[in-house]
Design a protein around this ligand. Structure first.
Ligand code: NDP
Length: 234
């Protein structure tokens, strides 16, 4: 089948080749959004390419969010407005008190925290030209300080806590530009990262997160919300 679209709004999604990112691509494409699907390995004939074959409103672009220069270059070549930016790309380096890889820790900060900030900065001109002016970043309940009863997981937890703080500041700084931000906990989802024991599938998670993005407005900017709409303590 081939779905025609009226391309009303444009959404840009990082880490779009698998897991939650891929499901975001599918659901926004079905909603007739123009979907800019970013992946770091464009040559791999994967599920994203198979999905694209069924839609005319999905375009695939190379973007390794670790490479800030390439983020700037991509932003420069993109001329169209963006309505929604979804910072989805992320990684989960395992860690425990006895096993800390400091290089991996820095890298977790680079991908999970700094890259999300960099994406917002680089694509702010496009977002300002967009109608919806929304930015969603995938964080995790594991980044909640209040919710931490299990300890450990220093690398992942701290990089998501930092992401939460960065997005909170951005929500304040970008309010004058009418830009609404949300940090989203997707739930524990069965993906490569979440593993097979996750409590929900990508469909349920992304359906819920999309609903939260739909509801997002300048009045509710700067919140930490789960896929099911529950507010998460910082
Ligand atoms: P996956 O591990 O299944 O997918 C991660 C995605 O991020 C892949 O597309 C991967 O690309 C991409 N990515 C990683 N590093 C880079 C990079 N440098 N540049 C571009 N893309 C990159 O994870 P999920 O889909 O489960 O998670 C998506 C988001 O949700 C993450 O931010 C994660 O922290 C968060 N989250 C997930 C939970 C879960 O239960 N699944 C729970 C809480 C939060 P590639 O294929 O090239 O590696």
């Amino acid at each position: 089948f081939f779905i025609m679209s009226n391309n009303k709004y444009t959404v840009l999604i990082t880490g779009a080749n698998r897991g939650l990112g891929l499901e975001f691509v599918k659901q926004y494409a079905l909603d007739n959004y123009e979907v800019i699907a970013c992946t770091r390995n464009i040559n791999k004939k994967d599920d994203l390419h198979r999905l694209q074959a069924s839609f005319e409103n999905i375009s695939i672009h190379t973007l390794d969010v670790e490479n800030f220069l390439s983020i700037d270059q991509f932003a420069k070549t993109l001329t169209k407005p963006i309505d929604i930016l979804i910072n989805n790309a992320g990684l989960y380096p395992n860690s425990s008190f006895d096993h800390i890889n400091y290089e991996a820790w820095l890298n977790a900060f680079k991908i999970n925290t700094l890259a999300a900030f960099k994406m917002v900065k680089a694509f702010l001109p496009h977002l300002k030209k967009g109608e919806l002016k929304k930015i969603a970043s995938l964080t995790s309940k594991m980044g909640s300080i209040d919710d931490n009863s299990g300890g450990g997981e220093y690398l992942y937890r701290s990089s998501k806590t930092a992401l939460n703080m960065v997005m909170k500041s951005l929500s304040i700084d970008l309010k004058p530009h009418d830009m609404s931000l949300i940090t989203l906990h997707p739930g524990w989802v069965r993906t490569d990262m979440g593993g097979p024991n996750g409590l929900i599938d990508v469909d349920e998670s992304v359906t819920g997160m999309k609903r939260q993005i739909d509801k997002l407005s300048i009045k509710t900017t700067g919140q930490f919300i789960a896929y099911d709409g529950k507010k998460i303590p910082w």
